[in-house]
Design a binder for this molecule. Structure first.
Ligand SMILES: C[S@@+](CC[C@H](N)C(=O)[O-])C[C@H]1O[C@@H](n2cnc3c(N)ncnc32)[C@H](O)[C@@H]1O
Length: 328
């Protein structure tokens, strides 16, 4: 998935650095508590760790419920059946497609109706499918439908005319299963969860700037929950008051990080951040040094697409990506 802050293309840097600091992670209790797409937790599960994952967004929980909790080699013959369904008029079509008169254009009419059909059938079949296959289907819906979004990159706005990739017919592609021990996924604010988990390695990948994930991915949240929320305004935002992150505000980010680290019961803590984030390098260093021995590693990284498109005041095509390390 094309996700703000995804660490998919930084996995080499992250796994090599964490291994250099903490040793071979195999057999370790590893926590990925700002999990997003689950890229990091999945990689460490495959490396033999027992993984706990968490995110405040429900669509992310759905992805991680599959990637982290589901058994390797799970099988199901449901995908073919779901792909053969005809479209229906449901919440997605009624609220995010132009043809329904919603005034929004997040998906083509055909794909909005197909998404409704597949999402409703998944819910209807939930008791028969069982929870593992149900979440596999849901995670596959979230990751597949995102490929057909008629947006520049995130769901803060839609495009006026349907772009080429959004015009293609929606196909539900099963996400792969991940090898390794079954872990546990949570859907909570990290500042509460951190009191109840402990282990060897804690990986932290908070938002870097003031762009809230709840507003940038609100359509995926609704596809995942399918809870018919009241939508507001031209972009159709759902109520996100319970999902606003303290890590997205310059006023609260430093104190939230301090509270998080003060509660963390892990031998190694690794924190990803970049040189353009809300918290300057020196502030993070000062906070981490309160709780352990500190070191930082860096690599250059290509800027996220939405940042290049939407914020033309940025000059550099690359940013410096930091991995802050703290050892207790
Ligand atoms: C930079 S992204 C993580 C990207 C992830 N490492 C990946 O590779 O996809 C930050 C994530 O933190 C989540 N988040 C923000 N504030 C949170 C909080 N207080 N508790 C839990 N998750 C939070 C967001 O929903 C978002 O998915």
């Amino acid at each position: 998935m094309n996700y703000i802050g995804s660490k998919h293309s930084l996995l080499g840097f992250l796994t090599e650095t964490m291994t250099a600091v903490a040793g071979d992670p195999s057999g370790c209790d590893f926590a990925d508590l700002f999990a997003g797409t689950g890229a990091v937790g999945s990689a460490f599960r495959a490396k033999g760790c027992r993984v706990v994952s968490n995110d405040i967004q429900y669509y992310s929980y759905v992805l991680n419920r599959h990637l982290i909790e589901n058994p390797e080699g799970l099988e199901a013959d449901i995908f073919e059946r779901l792909n053969a369904l005809e479209g229906v008029d449901g919440f997605i079509y009624e609220n995010y497609c132009r043809g329904s008169g919603s005034g929004r254009n997040y998906f083509s009419d055909e794909n909005g109706r197909l998404c409704d059909a597949v999402r409703q059938e998944a819910e209807r079949l939930r008791p028969q499918l069982g929870e593992d296959v149900y979440f596999w289907v849901l995670a596959s819906i979230v990751s597949s439908i995102d490929k057909y979004a008629n947006t520049a990159s995130v769901y803060g706005a839609f495009l006026k005319t349907i772009k080429k990739s959004a015009a293609k017919r929606f196909v539900l592609e099963p996400l792969p299963t991940v090898s390794g021990e079954r872990g546990k996924a949570y859907n909570e604010d990290i500042l509460g969860l951190i009191e109840r988990v402990k282990g060897d390695i804690l990986y932290l990948d908070p938002p870097y700037n003031s762009r809230q994930y709840c507003t940038n991915y609100h359509v995926l949240e609704t596809v995942a929950r399918y809870d018919s929320p009241t939508l507001r305004g031209l972009t159709g935002l759902r109520d996100y008051s319970a999902q606003k992150s303290e890590f997205c505000s310059p006023r609260t980010a430093a104190s939230a990080l301090d509270r998080l680290l003060s509660r963390a019961d892990y031998k190694y803590v690794f924190l990803s951040y970049n040189n353009e984030g809300l918290l300057p390098l020196g502030v993070i260093e000062e906070i981490m040094k309160r709780y352990g021995r500190y070191e930082v590693f860096t690599t250059e990284y290509r800027r996220f697409k939405a940042d290049t498109d939407e914020n033309r005041t940025h000059k550099a095509a690359k940013t410096v990506e930091y991995l802050h390390c703290m050892v207790k």
